[in-house]
Design a protein around this ligand. Sequence first.
Ligand code: ADP
Ligand code: MG
Length: 401
Amino acid sequence: MDKLDHIFNSFVSTTLFRNKAVLQSNYSPDTIPHRDDQIASVAAILAPALRGERVSNLFVYGKTGTGKTLSVQRVGQRLLAKVAELGNDHLRFVYINCKLKKVADTEYRILAELINILGGSVPSTGLPTDTVYVKFVELIDKRKQTLLIVLDEIDQAVKKISDNFIYNFTRLNTELNHAQISIIGISNDVTFMDHLDPRVRSSLGEEELVFPPYNAIQLQDILRERAGHAFQKGVVEEGVIAKCAAFAAREHGDARRALDLLRVAGEIAEREGNKNIGISHIDIANQKIERDKMLDIIESEPKQFQLVLSAILSLHERQHGKSIYTGDVYSAYNLICEKTKNDVLTQRRVSDILAEFDMLGIINTRVISKGRQGRTRDIRLMLAPPLQTKAKEIVEKAIYS
Ligand code: ADP
Ligand code: MG
């Protein structure tokens, strides 16, 4: 068999996966191990809606991948099933993910999205926000109903809008005669509440629920359940699940990370033409995920960040990996800005950007004293060589196109 034949065959007969979608993050598993208590609590808080009573606003928080979205959506599905079984129609469960662009960039957009989901319509821009509020109230107050509105990743919306919109939302009930709304806010940022205006905090946080991280044993249970559906029988070698779980437990008990690791390891093993997924594939998968995460971060940085990074990358190349000084970065950055006709930030602002790069692990900076000339910082690029090439491509594309 020649080389191409080998490559093609590995795609034609996928020997490892039975159903890869089971490992994707939007898959809804039948069972949700280790979240019984949290699911029961959410259900108990929301259940009065079945009797048409107003439900307390609820704030759900915990690190990413702790099953918040999955659990809240599951309770929502079950509530709606119950309502259908009872034959009434006075309960609506509406889900919005505030991280999505064009959905939650502005208070207007969130309202427009809600109105659309509830079967009304508003132009996507143009009206004063107050008018959109009036339309929203008209739409939902036509009849007696309870609306449970989930604002997932609500911290992202607050970052973009300010926390005032939450207050406006929670205050809506005073204008409603027939309908009533309750807000279920979900946040991956566990310190989110600390930064809120006290009146917003007390209204959103009528009830609060924390989702703790999973430990390695719990992650193994979750993975084993999913792996059973995702892969052909017997292809996952001994120790693979445990290793995925151990890696993800270190990443603050993130089930998403655990599932990604297993999926990527499967893809790597398959591409290599292996009949099994082994422990070594998990290591490679972990490196790949780390790399992709770093590149995503670099890609999403604002232009000025990319100009500074571009300066660092070219200095690093020119100096063959020797350390770089802040002053050199600033000069190189100046040249690039000039060449690309971009505004030049002050040295102070560039220092802030460098501090951020340090925090992200892109560079490592060290303060060194240069005697009478004062102090400077010594910068070392922390990206592995293959990553440097990719980063350079991303940055140049962003700057020059
Ligand atoms: P969060 O919203 O807290 O960031 P998610 O609910 O999106 O986390 O969960 C992340 C991923 O992990 C999803 O693919 C989800 O299906 C899976 N997951 C999380 N907790 C569990 C669990 N207890 N059982 C099965 N899968 C889970
Ligand atoms: Mg989530």
